[in-house]
Design a protein around this ligand. Structure first.
Ligand code: KG4
Ligand code: ZN
Length: 339
């Protein structure tokens, strides 16, 4: 099946053309970073406006790059939630319009389902597996027994991992988005220089990151006049604390669930420290860990195609009256679409 997929849940407008939920013919991403950077974070109303301006251009570019005419498209997958409601509505409205005009089926998908299945576009991963989904809005551990079969094992009690990276970057006076800049600075610093807390490391599987952020703020206040103050060390030590907790809990969950396959996905899965540490631990424990390539870790439309192809083949399409959902559990979304 030749599918068009559309993603607009946050600050990237993206459209992709994918064959059989596998072969990516195009994956266009229009970033809004420049628009939001001067405000230090995503401004929801500006995000909606940018999506409105870019959506048709991005869809046309995806079709052109794939060498596909819109009349050849056999189905559409679109992010239905969670995300910024105004931003979601732009993608959903475009998807509905095309589905109606061309009389083709449409499926509305959970954003994190896209992230979790993105790795399947590059390599075949057998089910079941453990997924660590780490992005700006999510820090979740899922047991994945198949497409549509997701059990939440853990989540963050406060900030998401990406949110913590972005907030600490702001404290350090770095621009938005901050994760990638902390990653770069951390490479120059000493991760053992400052002992930031590892919140909830030994308490169950849930995560908590707001305490690390506060510890960084307190450290900065206390060391304003310290001649030995080193920003790279702060970035490296902060990243070390987050990465240690993420890796520790992921391995704990994998052991508890007797799972040998692990997928790490979402924007924070681009982090080089996380990739390095998780790979080393997996090698030591004889587990197989997969990271999608960076372009498929960040928000993009191609990642939706694996689930879209599956649900449309099952005929789990959605009526044109479906609405966007700002908050939506992945376990619930999977059950709804699996019927
Ligand atoms: O999945 P994503 O692109 O969008 C959401 O669904 O939220 O994730 C964005 C998050 C941001 O918080 C960003 O700072 C973080 O991923 N991020 C990183 C890196 N690249 C992106 N965090 C740490 N290290 C990176 N290299
Ligand atoms: Zn995302």
């Amino acid at each position: 099946m030749l599918l068009l997929t559309i993603e607009s849940s946050c600050d990237e407008t993206s459209a992709a053309v994918v064959r059989d939920g596998r072969q990516v013919l195009s994956n266009i991403v229009a970033s809004q970073i420049e628009t939001h950077a001067r405000f230090g974070g995503v401004v929801p109303e500006l995000a909606s406006r940018c999506h409105t301006e870019s959506m048709v251009l991005v869809i046309n570019q995806a079709l052109a790059e794939a060498g596909v005419d819109i009349n050849q498209i056999e189905g559409i997958g679109v992010t239905r939630g969670p995300g910024l409601i105004g931003a979601l509505l732009v993608g959903l409205s475009a998807a509905k319009a095309i589905a109606y005009a061309k009389n083709i089926p449409l499926v509305g998908l959970h954003h994190m389902e896209g992230h979790i299945l993105a790795a399947q576009l590059e390599t075949n991963i057998d089910y079941p597996f453990l997924a660590l989904a780490v992005s700006g809005g999510h820090t979740h551990l899922y047991r994945v027994d198949g497409i549509g079969c997701y059990s939440i094992l853990a989540q963050t009690r406060d900030d998401a991992a990406g949110e913590a990276f972005d907030k600490v970057a702001k404290l350090l006076g770095l621009g938005y988005p901050g994760g990638v800049q902390i990653d770069r600075m951390a490479a120059q610093g000493n991760p053992q220089a400052i002992e930031f807390p590892r919140p909830m490391k030994h308490k169950g599987l849930d995560f908590s990151f707001s305490g690390i952020k506060t510890a960084v703020r307190n450290y900065l206040v206390g060391h304003q006049d310290d001649p030995d103050f080193n920003m790279d060390d702060v970035a490296a030590s902060f990243q070390e604390a987050v990465v240690e907790v993420l890796c520790y809990k992921t391995m704990k969950a994998a052991d508890e669930q007797s799972l040998d396959r692990i997928v790490v996905c979402g924007g924070v899965a681009c982090n080089s420290g996380l990739r390095r540490r998780m790979q080393a631990l997996a090698d030591k424990k004889g587990k197989h860990v997969v990271f999608p390539s960076p372009a498929l870790c960040a928000d993009n439309a191609a990642m939706l195609a694996v689930a879209a192809d599956h649900y449309l083949t099952l005929k789990s399409e959605r009526s044109l009256s479906m609405n966007a959902v700002a908050g939506w559990g992945l376990d619930v979304a999977g059950r709804e679409l699996s019927g």
